[in-house]
Design a protein around this ligand. Sequence first.
Ligand code: ADP
Length: 588
Amino acid sequence: MLLLALPLAVAVWAFGGFAAKRERNNADQELVRHLNSGASVYARLLRDARRNAERLAGSRRVGRAFAQSDEHTLRAIEQAHPWIMLLHGAAGRLQGREVEARIDVIGRGRTIGRVVVVPPFDSRLVRTIANEARLPDGRLGFLLDHRLVREDGVGPVGSRPKAGKPADVRMQGLEYRAVAVPLGEQRDAPALITVRKRSEIAAAANDVRWRVIGIGLGLIGAVLVTAYAVAPAIARSRLSRLQRDQAERVLAHLGDGVFVVDQDGVVRLWNQAAEAITGLRAAEVRGRRAEEAIPSWTTIATFVPVADRPGDGDAPSSSETVPVDVAGRELWLSIVAVALDDDSVYTFRDATHDRRLEDLRSQFVATISHELRTPLASLHGAAMTLREHDLPAQTQDDLLEMIAEQSNRLANLVEEILVAGQLDSGSLRVIADSFDPEELVRGVVTVARSRVGEETRIEVVVPLVVPKVHGDSERTRQVLLNFLDNAIKYSPSGGRIEVGLAAVGDRLRFSVQDHGLGIPVGEQERIFDKFYRLDPDQRRGIGGTGLGLYICRELVRSMHGRIWVESEPGKGTTFAFELPAEPLPVPV
Ligand code: ADP
């Protein structure tokens, strides 16, 4: 602040000096102005005197007085007219006087006298002119040789200022500033002069300087005091702006969606994550009422409590997961709300995936219970019946057959759950070996054929020469068996099922084609998800865990293969997977 104040103070000082100089200039200009006003009054008085002289020269009284040499009358007339002298004969009385006009008085054809205009350069005239020109006291005077005639008397003058130029003169031991104008042609003609004491001018200039410096320093002081007073506020506002910018940056980069609803129910903030999660742009939402801008707002407002402080109450219960319908898409948002002054701040994350998994898991529990109950009930029934001793041999065989089948079904179920668990924990072992795919296909088909009725035909389509496959033969069998099981299961009215092998580039493709129920296009991706079933409630009466295709996908991936489905609802489905093949031996 001192750095600022110092140059300002120097500037104010310089400005004070400048103002004082201007004041002195003004004083000079004022002298010239006064002189001009005085000179114009003098010129008018002179004009009047000339007119008067002409009038007197023509008057009878003057003519008679001249003709009769009536000195008494002539002096009386002169007394009445101060600027006029009436001369006849010698002009001795004019000695040293400035004559401005002479008019002859003619009598009987000859000059009998003269009317002369002689300005009386005395104190009275000074006073008259000063009064008429409205000049301040003591400013005006006449300069006659080296004498100055003023209202208050006559005194000597040291030097005579040049015509029209303000100059310093010394009179009666005092310094004056003066400007003069000659009133005649001659060099030493009387002059009209305006004067002002130098000390008076200096005092006025000084006064102005100190006034300017005083005001300037006062202003600097005021600025400094204001700056001092305002500085902390500026610093605070800069700090709060910085903090606000930082908070906005943090909000923008936060993974959680954040929005703020003010006390009037208008959305004030909608961050980037909120845009990303919901697909609603900030521009569409901000500044609008929440119930118009935010889908399912009523649900959110009803179910999500607004806590007074973050983490109020027990944390888990303060976040609510609510369904929000955005443009026909159902999103599950886990939302927490906190009151901030008069606003409510909502933070949310997309819980749709978790929610879906949760749904699938609970479906799985229901399905698995059902899947376990059926074979267990059959086993229990068969065992109870077998306890009766007098059963026919055929019935006993049938019951034992059923027990074997159902326990096998149970074992498969348990195996599926086990494998899914191993896949989740990453503990499933897959061996890298090479095997004959045709042998594997024929083995799987033979087992399957023994399980189906007459309405189902299973055919194998294999090329003449098939390369060996890189992979785990047991895991591959598991995948193929699952495909074939599904093809049989989801073709309730039977039909032809074709199990194919084909070499495609450096890979071998296994496929199972059925003519069963088919899968809608929108579901074809998801059937490979864990627990996912098209018909979770088993309305078609076809059981299953939703784990089979998930296991297939993970197994094929772990053998560096790929898996996919092609299907048309009502027409049938083809499941296929490819595994790396070994190069065919070159025929010799
Ligand atoms: P599941 O134990 O229910 O059969 P999967 O994972 O094997 O479980 O299959 C998932 C879902 O895919 C099944 O519930 C079924 O809806 C559908 N699906 C599988 N294979 C077929 C197929 N060949 N034809 C029609 N739908 C099928």
